[in-house]
Design a protein around this ligand. Structure first.
Ligand SMILES: [Zn+2]
Length: 402
């Protein structure tokens, strides 16, 4: 059996190392690759911090993925699925990372290097580092069922806590979506609604309650959301979205949940979101049927690919007359919240380019493909999104929100 010193000497002789300055340079400019430059994208190396949790909490290189040495074999494939991708490992001083490097070589990783001098050397070189954010003890408990999911983890929960989602409407769709987003720990939830709580809302709008009849819906929404989760900041916008305030209201949010009950608002949300480059999770409900899709932040297909122009006012269903099964917005709003969380965390396949139609009577979900219309006035070929005009269509369904 070799001694530790002999083993270390052997590892030093056989494994590739780079120093802090070289790593900093590659992270800015991409790494060298075995492939000719024309074939190989200059990817910056994936950076893996193999120190223990308490060491990591004291400070780390920005952008590093933390996988304690003992979990390396278990978690590396999720962090770096491509075994040919450039990887740099670091520990505190550059010794544990040599052993970690050998482990990765045994797992088939072919382009792994160790940071000579480790995090200590990085700091000594005056390179930037950060104190990783962590959950408070009460948050660790509150969000434990999230952090247990490897695809979310503490990093995903922290992302949710710093995320901002805007709910257009605190009605049937806005109720379940904002409540589940709040419970999930989305840190800032904006609510746009100019209405007050009415008795006819309570059959489905579970944000509100009987004792809050006559209260502005944004106030009632804040009370419910803060009661659910004091981590959440509620930004109240007691106004109706129009062409003069849409951009200002929607700016700064990572995802927009469209729970509007009228075409005028939906067009405005679509057009303003395309100008801002923000994804919209759109849903609508009618009696026993709900629809949901996602209009991606990059555009295409968008709401106008689906409906290029609003229907004439006399053909649009009147909300007050149409009616809706009370639980239906619950289902559609929860689907909206799910899509929003997926978008915020980059999880799974977003519902972009697909329209889900839910038939409550048959208990059936149908999926329709949405195609981008190259002649779409807001996302078609050659459209300058920055110049999309914001239009106030006639509010032909001016009743209360769904
Ligand atoms: Zn379009």
């Amino acid at each position: 059996m070799p001694t530790f010193d002999a083993l270390l000497r052997e590892l030093r002789g056989t494994t590739a190392e780079l120093d802090a300055a070289a790593l900093a340079h590659e992270r800015q400019n991409g790494s060298s690759s075995a492939l000719p430059p024309a074939l190989a994208p200059a990817l910056p190396p994936a950076l893996i911090d193999v120190r223990e949790a308490d060491e990591h909490a004291q400070g780390a290189i920005p952008g590093a993925v933390h996988i304690p040495r003992g979990f390396l074999e278990l978690r590396i494939e999720r962090a770096v699925p491509d075994r040919a991708a450039p990887v740099v490992i670091y520990c505190a001083s550059g010794i544990r990372s040599l052993f970690a490097q050998r482990t990765l070589a045994e797992l088939g990783y072919t382009n792994v290097r160790s940071l000579a001098g480790g995090f200590t050397g990085w700091k000594r070189a005056g390179l930037p580092w950060e104190q990783p954010r962590a959950l408070r003890p009460d948050q660790e408990t509150r969000y434990s069922r999230h952090t247990l999911i490897p695809e979310i983890g503490v990093a995903g929960q922290l992302k949710l806590l710093s995320a901002k989602v805007l709910c257009i409407g605190a009605g049937g769709l806005g109720s379940p979506s904002s409540m589940y987003l709040a419970a999930a720990g989305v840190g800032t939830i904006g609510v746009v609604d100019d209405d007050v709580v009415d008795a006819s809302n309570l059959q489905r709008q579970i944000l509100h309650s009987t004792e809050r009849l006559g209260t502005p819906k944004v106030e009632s929404a804040e009370q419910t959301i803060r009661g659910l989760n004091p981590d959440v900041k509620v930004e109240k916008h007691r106004t109706r979205l129009d062409s003069t305030n849409a951009l200002e209201l929607m700016r700064g949010y990572g995802v927009i949940i469209d729970g509007a009950d009228n075409f005028a608002t939906r067009y405005l949300v679509n057009d303003a979101a395309l100008r801002l480059g923000v994804p919209v999770v759109h849903a609508s409900i009618f009696r026993f049927e709900g629809q949901i899709t996602v209009f991606p932040g990059g555009g295409s297909p968008c709401y106008r690919c689906l409906y290029p122009q609003p229907p004439p006012a006399e053909e649009a269903p009147s909300c007050a007359e149409a009616g809706v099964l009370g639980v239906l917005p619950g289902i559609m709003g929860v689907l909206q919240a799910t899509e929003a969380i997926k978008l915020l965390l980059g999880l799974g396949e977003p519902l972009a380019g697909r329209l889900i139609v839910y038939d409550a009577l048959k208990t059936r979900f149908r999926e329709l493909k949405l195609r981008r219309d190259p002649r779409c006035p807001t996302c078609g070929d050659g459209v300058d999104r920055a110049a999309i005009p914001l239009i106030d269509y006639e509010q032909f369904c001016a009743g209360s929100r769904h």
